[in-house]
Design a protein around this ligand. Structure first.
Ligand code: AVI
Length: 317
């Protein structure tokens, strides 16, 4: 059986990660990048979130793909190389391989170890497709290695992960994505603005899975930065900031608490917060403008009946 190739691009060293985290913790409003939500348990908790009735994005996006795949294929197929950004279990891209007549599949995620199992299964199911897994933290810089292929590429970025960038960072990311398309296309999922009554339970579910996902970040920080957060001192807070058009997630100190690490400490007053994630919600026209500013043209858009989520295609010609 053909085995998929795996490649790991150098990761930041532990000292640099620790320095970045501690620099964020001593800011006037302590801030930690949402990528630190995803240790092994965090990734499992996120996967559980996608099963919650309140978390509409995953199933709404899946519904859009199921309903419009023939039209998408008409616009995009055949795809020489499909580059799946944040591939995880490769489940979403797996549904595109046959309809888009993909010849090469490149799965990119923070660690090539995460990709091994899912890619092996996918390779067994699609022996004719050349497969490569790349371990790369593309949130910092989306620079794909030459092994990703020199010809035109279709970049696939589903799940509205673009929403976890601020708008200026999203634009910078999309510009890099355009360069990496080598004249090909981008297929991207985007969560749209909707009433707070729908948005907020999606990020603060009654079962407490999202709260566990957020609070688990503190355990991850304790391991990475040597801090001594006691998760019992912190509660999950999520709300829609309408002015900034984003859900914000924070961790709020339940009582005054001192967090210590080797060489430093910070006292958090009761009610003080650590900002852990933004999840921007876009208006269809604004996201189309962003894609155009990034250099994509001939835009196509597919949505669900309620207009909750959109999938865009744009070409990098
Ligand atoms: C991965 N990302 C698109 C999710 C989101 O909806 O912003 C992460 C998440 N945070 C809380 N729930 C889900």
């Amino acid at each position: 059986m053909k085995a998929p190739r795996l490649l790991q691009i150098a990761r930041d060293d532990p000292a640099a990660i620790r320095a970045e985290l501690l620099a964020g913790l001593v800011l006037p409003v302590a801030t930690v990048s949402p990528k630190y939500l995803y240790d092994a348990l965090g990734s499992r908790l996120f996967s559980a979130i996608t099963e919650l009735p309140e978390y509409y994005p995953t199933r709404t996006e899946a519904g859009i793909f199921a309903r419009h795949i023939a039209d998408m294929a008409k616009a995009l197929a055949p795809v020489g190389t499909l580059v799946d950004l944040g591939a995880g279990n490769c489940e979403k891209a797996a549904r595109l391989l046959a309809p888009l007549r993909v010849r090469r599949y490149v799965a990119v995620d923070i660690s090539s170890d995460y990709l091994r199992q899912s890619l092996e299964l996918l390779q067994w199911q699609h022996p004719a497709i050349d497969m490569l897994g790349i371990g790369l933290d593309f949130s910092r810089s989306l620079r794909l290695p030459a092994e990703a292929g020199e010809g035109s590429r279709t970049l696939f970025y589903p799940g509205s992960s673009i929403g976890n960038f601020t708008p200026p960072d999203a634009l910078a990311f999309l510009r890099q994505a355009r360069a990496e398309c080598h004249g090909g296309a981008l297929l991207i999922g985007v969560d749209l603005v909707k009433p707070a009554a729908i948005l907020e339970p999606a990020y603060d579910d009654p079962l407490g899975v999202t709260a566990a996902f957020n609070r688990n970040m503190l355990l991850h920080l304790n391991r990475l930065a040597g801090t001594d957060f006691d998760i019992g001192d912190w509660r999950h807070v999520a709300f829609f900031n309408a002015a900034a058009s984003r859900i914000e997630m924070h961790l709020e100190a339940l009582r005054e608490t001192t967090v210590r690490w080797d060489g430093g400490a910070r006292v958090f007053a009761a009610g003080e917060r650590v900002h852990t994630e933004n999840s921007c919600k876009w208006r269809v026209g604004d996201f189309a403008d962003l894609l155009q500013q990034a250099g994509f043209s001939r835009l196509r858009r597919w949505t669900d009946d309620q207009g909750w989520f959109a999938v865009y295609a744009g070409w990098a010609e």
